[in-house]
Design a protein around this ligand. Structure first.
Ligand SMILES: *[C@@H]1O[C@H](CO)[C@@H](O)[C@H](O)[C@H]1NC(C)=O
Ligand SMILES: *[C@@H]1O[C@H](CO)[C@@H](O)[C@H](O)[C@H]1NC(C)=O
Ligand SMILES: *[C@@H]1O[C@H](CO)[C@@H](O)[C@H](O)[C@H]1NC(C)=O
Length: 730
């Protein structure tokens, strides 16, 4: 391509030649014999009808209206440089005219001869004398072709045709032929354009994948700057795409196969002149793959299950087709292998699953040993699924004093998972698990306030957010305690035939059921007396009979399961039934009463003595009870359905001796038998502070009197049938 400066020069040159007149000679020889005529012709690009100025050796010597000037019968002084000019044009290039007085001359063109142009030389004798045997010489060498006469014509001159020419010939004189030799004439055939050189743009060997431009450079003679030239490019001597006007040959993307030997030819449109450049070796270089890296999307390698995972393998260096492969650490097989002319390529997992978790790397090669990228860890995170809440409480019931384990577990979800526990909307605590498995929380059931709805949430920090379990309703059962027996009478005596109500009440306890003992025997078992009726916590006697007198006790109970029954026995209440009227009956009654008191005292002391050595132990299950409420009782199965009656459980009246002595509370059976007096309470009670003691009772049904013995250490085997009772104490 031509630069701006070159274009400018070209434009100025064209302007100058356009303005320059051109001087030609007719006949067109630079040398004429003295006395011969020659016509000078001036031509311009301008229209005719103007004056012409003629110059000889730089001096103007004539003005003409015609564009030609004939010099008749030339003289020696007419030799020299001629020029012409018009008012609208510049002076022409000079033309040198030589006048000769020799016998023989070699006539050559007065104008410059360029390569490819025809070259005519004439061997010419004075007065057109017949000349025979004409021979032409260049630089002293004979060059006459066959069949030549006075003119030597070279159709397309070459620079090699330059040199000093002369000719010889035999000329007829008056008597004989003489051999004459012309003066030598220098002929210089001008180079039309220089020999081309093929050059590659840029320095050094081209790199694979980059463009390559080859330029065929030549210089056209300025006097023939309007000559049209063509170029032909060759690779390994094979023509590439034929002749073209462009200076350059482009290889847009060089491949290794483009290496080779290139050269070019420059020619005229008519092929009159053609020149070849020397060969140029082009070696396309491949750059080996290096600096392989792999980028993971999403960045950081944390991908949600189902999300797209992209492994982008790229090389910083490396040309040509590159073979990429993706691998997972620990697996010998490549996930994929692909070859492409690109510096990066991606492998995509459209929807990642948990099993895609692992470490990945990629390899790249363009012929050498594959180079690996550093490994990248990919973690496919699974959102937590709905957690299940389980509570280690039978039938969703727990008793005060129990420790209940609340477990929360999501079947699916990436660790770590935080399980948060809630009770009635308030946070209870949280557990973080770093692998599979549930999170669990131990709940000490201390009051009825622990009843209510529990739920848990599982959270592993993913966008889908924490998941909530279904609610779980836990009911707290307050074991019965503080049973009290009372009558609707002022005193312990009842007249036969009157009605009587015995009431049993509890200080606390969920849905208590009541059972009545008369003289240590369950009332239901007593028959033939015209049975009283038990409704709720009341034992009703429609009409008291004499046989109804005796010791009464009520036992309140509630239960969590057939195995876990809580019982609270009241103190013993003695009821005396008096016959109406006759004094002897009164005396008899008084006597009986006296005997009764004596018997009671004897029994009491016997019992007291025995009891002194009778202890048994049971694990402490102290629980502080809050202010008492009427238990809700909802959902609690009726006692009968749990087989309490069928099992015919055992009862005891126990109280702690040393409530503050350590882990184990010793309890002792305390049996009171009073006659006449209102039974006293075993221990003072405090409505606020109740401690519940549980003890395992022996299975074989003891008699009223033998109850203590059964519980003694010597009583031997105590089957653990988990029947509990409540002991109020300080
Ligand atoms: C892969 O990485 C290369 C280099 O970092 C980057 O030029 C190219 O855009 C990436 N391709 C995709 C699909 O992200
Ligand atoms: C877990 O509980 C502790 C207090 O027990 C609290 O500081 C922390 O913020 C809780 N963490 C979560 C994730 O709820
Ligand atoms: C629950 O009770 C156990 C003993 O029964 C005790 O070690 C633990 O500290 C209690 N936890 C709470 C939270 O009160």
């Amino acid at each position: 391509m031509l630069g701006r400066a070159e274009l400018l020069v070209l434009a100025l040159g064209l302007a100058a030649t356009a303005q320059k007149a051109t001087l030609t000679l007719d006949p067109p020889w630079s040398t004429v014999f003295r006395g011969h005529s020659v016509t000078l012709i001036c031509s311009t690009s301008h229209s005719p009808g103007q004056s012409f100025t003629w110059y000889h050796n730089n001096k103007s010597f004539r003005y003409t209206i015609k564009n030609s000037l004939r010099i008749e019968k030339t003289r020696m002084s007419d030799a020299g440089r001629y020029q012409c000019k018009t008012p609208g044009s510049g002076r022409s290039d000079p033309v040198l005219l030589t006048i000769s007085e020799k016998w023989l001359i070699l006539q050559a063109p007065y104008y410059a001869v360029f390569e490819g142009d025809p070259l005519h030389l004439r061997c010419y004798g004075w007065n057109e004398a017949g000349i025979k045997g004409i021979k032409f010489y260049r630089n002293g060498a004979h060059i006459t072709p066959s069949n030549v006469n006075s003119e030597l014509s070279i159709k397309q001159a070459r620079t090699s045709d330059s040199g000093k020419y002369h000719c010889i010939g035999s000329m007829k004189t008056t008597f004989t032929f003489t051999c004459e030799m012309s003066p030598a004439v220098s002929i210089s055939v001008q180079e039309l354009f220089s020999s081309p050189v093929l050059r590659a743009a840029g320095s050094g060997d081209p790199i694979e994948g980059s463009p390559v431009t080859l330029r065929c450079v030549t210089e056209l003679n300025p006097q023939k700057s309007d000559t049209l030239l063509q170029r032909v490019f060759y690779k390994d001597s094979r023509d590439l795409e034929g002749a073209r006007s462009s200076l350059d040959y482009h290889i847009p993307v060089a491949g290794l196969q483009d290496s080779g030997y290139y050269h070019c030819a420059v020619q005229t449109v008519t092929s009159s002149v053609r020149k070849w450049s020397p060969k140029l070796k082009i070696t396309v270089k491949r750059i080996a793959v290096s600096q392989v890296s792999m980028e993971v999307q999403p960045l950081g390698g944390q991908v949600m299950e189902g999300e797209r995972l992209v492994l982008n393998c790229s090389v910083t260096l490396g040309t040509g087709p590159i073979t990429f492969s993706w691998h997972r650490k620990g697996s010998s097989q490549a996930l994929r292998t692909e070859t492409q002319v690109s510096q990066s390529l991606v492998y995509e997992i459209p929807a990642a699953t948990e099993t895609d978790t692992g470490e990945y790397y990629c390899m790249a090669s363009n012929g050498n040993a594959p180079a690996p990228s550093p490994g990248v860890k990919v973690a496919v995170k699974v959102p937590v699924s709905l957690p299940h809440l389980t509570v280690s409480a039978t039938g969703a019931w727990a008793a005060i004093g129990d420790v209940v384990e609340i477990r929360c577990e999501s079947p699916r979800g990436s660790a770590p998972i935080v399980y948060r526990f809630h009770h009635e909307g308030a946070a209870l605590g949280n557990r973080t698990v770093s692998s599979r498995g549930p999170g669990s929380l131990a709940l000490n059931v201390t009051s009825e306030r622990d009843s209510g709805t529990y739920f848990c949430e599982a959270d592993n920090g993913m966008a889908s957010g924490p998941q909530h379990s279904a609610p779980f309703h836990l009911s707290v059962l307050v074991p019965v305690s503080g049973a009290t027996i009372a009558t609707d009478r002022m005193g312990p005596e009842v007249m036969a035939g009157e009605s009587l109500n015995l009431n049993c009440s509890v200080e606390s306890g969920t849905a208590p059921l009541f059972k009545w003992l008369h003289n240590a025997e369950e009332l239901a078992a007593v028959s033939g007396l015209g049975l009283p009726t038990a409704v709720g916590n009341t034992l009703h006697f429609g009409s008291v009979q004499l046989g109804h007198g005796g010791n009464y006790q009520c036992i309140a109970s509630n239960q969590l399961s057939p195995q876990r029954v809580f019982q609270a026995p009241s103190e013993i209440l003695a009821i005396a039934v008096k016959e109406h009227a006759s004094p002897w009956v009164a005396v008899a009654v008084s006597f009986l009463f006296l005997m009764g008191v004596v018997a009671a005292l004897v029994f009491y002391f016997k019992c007291w003595k025995k009891a002194e050595g009778m202890f048994f132990s049971a694990p402490e299950r102290d629980t502080q009870l809050p202010a008492q409420h009427e238990p809700p009782g909802k959902g609690l199965p009726p006692l009968g359905s749990l087989g309490l009656h069928a099992e015919d459980p055992l009862y005891g009246n126990v109280c702690p001796l040393e409530p503050e002595s350590g882990e184990v509370v010793y309890t002792v059976v305390n049996i009171k038998k009073t006659s006449g007096d209102k039974p006293k309470e075993t221990l003072p009670r405090d409505n606020e502070e109740y401690y519940v003691s549980y003890t395992v009772l022996a299975d074989p049904k003891p008699t009223w009197e033998s109850a203590a013995e059964v519980r003694s250490p010597e009583g031997g085997f105590l089957p653990a049938n988990d029947i509990y009772e409540n002991v109020p104490h300080l």
